[in-house]
Write a protein that binds this ligand. Sequence first.
Ligand code: ADP
Ligand code: MG
Length: 259
Amino acid sequence: MIKEITISPGEDKSRDKENFDFITFRAGETISIVGPTGSGKTAFITDIELMAQGDTSTKRVVTINGKPPTDETRYDPSLKPIAMITQNTKCFADLSVEEFLLIHARARKITEKHLAVKTMELANKFTGEKIKKDNRVTVLSGGQTRSLLIADALMIGAAPIILLDEIENAGIFKQEVIEIIRNTSKIIIFVTHDPVIALLTKKRLIMENGAVKKIIVQNEAETGAAKNLIEIDKRMGVIRDNLRAGYEITKDLLNVSFA
Ligand SMILES: Nc1ncnc2c1ncn2[C@@H]1O[C@H](COP(=O)(O)OP(=O)(O)O)[C@@H](O)[C@H]1O
Ligand SMILES: [Mg+2]
C-alpha cells in the first residue's frame, strides 16, 4: 500500500539547491505541475517514475511511505507502483482493444465481469473519437491511445501513482473524467498547460529553471474561480463543436453569461 511519496530537494539547472524542505503527495491527491517549456516539469515526474535516489541530473531523492524503495520496487516492472503516460506512449502488441484489456485483467487476476467493456466506456468519456472493441490498439489515434491507457490504468492497472505528461492536447479530458479521477485513492500528477486541469487539482507546483519554485494549495477563492473557468471551457467546447460541424458562430454562442 502506498500512503505517500515524498520528494526531497535536488538542484536547479544552475546547481543551486531547491528551496523547499520536502514535498509529500498522499493517496487520493491530484496535483498539477505547471511552468514554461524547459522548466523541468518532465524531469520532475521522471524522478518520481524512476524513484530517483540522488542518481538523476536533478539530484532529487524520492521515498515511498517514508522509506527508500527497494531495488525490486525500482527495477521489477511487475512491482512498479507507477504508471506514466506521455504524448509518445503507444501500444505495441497487435491486439484488439478488447483482447488488450482482457489480457491485462487476466494478468492481474481480476475476474470482474464486463471489466473490459466498462474500461472501454470510461476511455470513451475521455475522447470524442469513439474506440470500438475490435479496433487494433496499434492503429488507435494518439488521443484514443492515451484515453485507453488512462482508463486501463484506473480500472485494471494496479499502479497507485499515475503520471500524465501533457496529454490534454488531443481533445481528450473532459471535466466529468477529471472528476472520476479525483475520486480514486490514487496519486495523480498532471503536467499541464491547460488551465482547467490545473485549477481542478488541489495542489499545484510551479517549475522554473529546473526547480520547484512554488507550491500552491488551492483556497476557496480559487475553487470559485475554477467553477467559472469550467463554464467558460464548456462554452468553448460548444463553439469548437459548432466550428467543426461547419455552422456559423452566432453572437448568441459568443455571448457568455454566468449565473
Ligand atoms: N534540475 C535540473 N538539473 C539539470 N537538468 C535539468 C533539471 N531540470 C530539468 N533539466 C533538464 O532540462 C531540460 C528541460 O527539462 P524538461 O523537464 O524536459 O522541461 P519541461 O518538461 O518543463 O519542458 C531537460 O533536458 C532536463 O533533463
Ligand atoms: Mg515536458
